[in-house]
Unconditional design. Sequence first.
Length: 570
Amino acid sequence: MRTALRLIRIMLPVWPVMLAAAGFGWLTIAANIGLMATSALLIATAALHPSVAELSVAIVGVRFFGVSRAIFRYLERYIAHDATFKLLGRIRSWFFTRLEPLAPARLQAWQSGELFSAIVGDVETLKDFYLRVLAPPLIAVLILLGMVVFLQQFSSGLALLLAGAFVFAGILMPLLVRCLNRGSGAELVAVRAELNAYLADTVNGIAELAAFDRKESQLAGIGRIQERLTALQGKVAAVSALTEASGNLTMNSALWWTLCITIPLVHSGQVAGVYLPVLALAVQSSFEAVLVLPMAVHHLAESLAAARRLFAIADTAPAVRPPAAAACLPASSGLIVRNVSFEYDAWGQVLHDVSFDLPPGKRLAIVGPSGAGKSTIVHLLLRFWEYDSGRITLGGTDYRTLPPEEIRSVFNVVSQQTHIFNASIRDNILIARPSAGEEELKAAVQGAALTAFIAALPQGLDTAVGHNGQALSGGQRQRIAIARALLKAAPVVLLDEPTTGLDAVTEKQIMATLAGLGRDRATLLITHRLTGLETMDEILVLEAGRVAERGRFSELIAGKGLFYRLYNLQ
């Protein structure tokens, strides 16, 4: 119930439009009833060979209801679907805004395919809640009330008959569907999401599957999930067929009983003979409003299951909460880290009492074996995770009093895993600062040594790079990341293993470019490569999350400690 109310609250900004759509839905069914009734009246009256004048009202009625039904149906479908699709777009935007603060710390609990399934598949499922769940019961009640008033003019028995048939088809049958499909809606949503996640994972790893000849086993996994999905869909289809048959049986039974009640009334003269087909067809056509209700229960179950999945992700508390009373971003970008400790929930403590200073202009390198906690420091500085103890200040202001978004605006980040979007080179670079002008963009491209590469492309900066930059080499990807950093021009440069996986020549070129990027700015270099660190003002050597050594390159070599041993191993 709470989930349904939450979905209804989301609809409140567009409720007048949705109410108008429901109104047109009611008018559509009412016009259909009117069309069938006046058509029956016209045919029955014409059989008595009256004058054309006596048929004129029925003729006009048939024309009016025939045309109005088409118009009302168009308006109902257009307004309802337009409002619903706009609403789904708003839900997707809202969901993305809730996802962003969760990245990357909290999103590790879900596969990327699961998130994709939620933002696409689960949101798409919600359309049935707004189109097939909310309006039909209201329309059915209004149609029933109108028909009861109409039938009461001829016979109370007819009114009671229709009311009983509507209760059976609109309440008892939906309860039967709920019992037969118990749990199927939620399970169907879950299995569909599992299949989407598995398919996304398969597509992302298709090259590895081909290389290791594991296509058949992966396809078998897809087949197993598909079999479960097909079985569930078959169960739902069987229940749908049963309810459709039961609904038609109820409708035709109501038609038969209408004739049984009305024929004696015609024989006794209480009802004119021309109204016999009118009443029969009016009762039959009114079932259009109630026959959709049994499957509305199934759509409700699916929608609520999809909504619970969405809300479970969206309601996850971020790892870093914004401060209740945010301080202003200081003018100075000097960083001070004092006695900072941190542990991941699943992996235990990874940093122990780490301290360092990074004033403007200083070049600091943090080195150490894999798993020593080097990249974790970058995550803490970017406020992706909350440190457990210690203190970090930016320009003398405590980190925890500053909004995470403003802290990130201070940093230029070039990481070992640069994501390249399926867009043009221009769009990929402008992510750093969309408002940048053409000259600023060209300066960033030149600073990243991309000018010659881009000039050789047929469409230059507007060349598409494919999914995750598949058309680019590792060095070109890193240069795009450097171009982003140059365009952003933030005062602190964070370099997290920026040359991982590159050959020696490309590595030297990238490091030379990065040296220019860090000129006159504070620079923090995270690396396991110990060459080229002679120009660093200070080097921190981490071991098991602790600062084992610190000093300049020459001092650490002379000390013949951990740094010296690691250096000789390389």
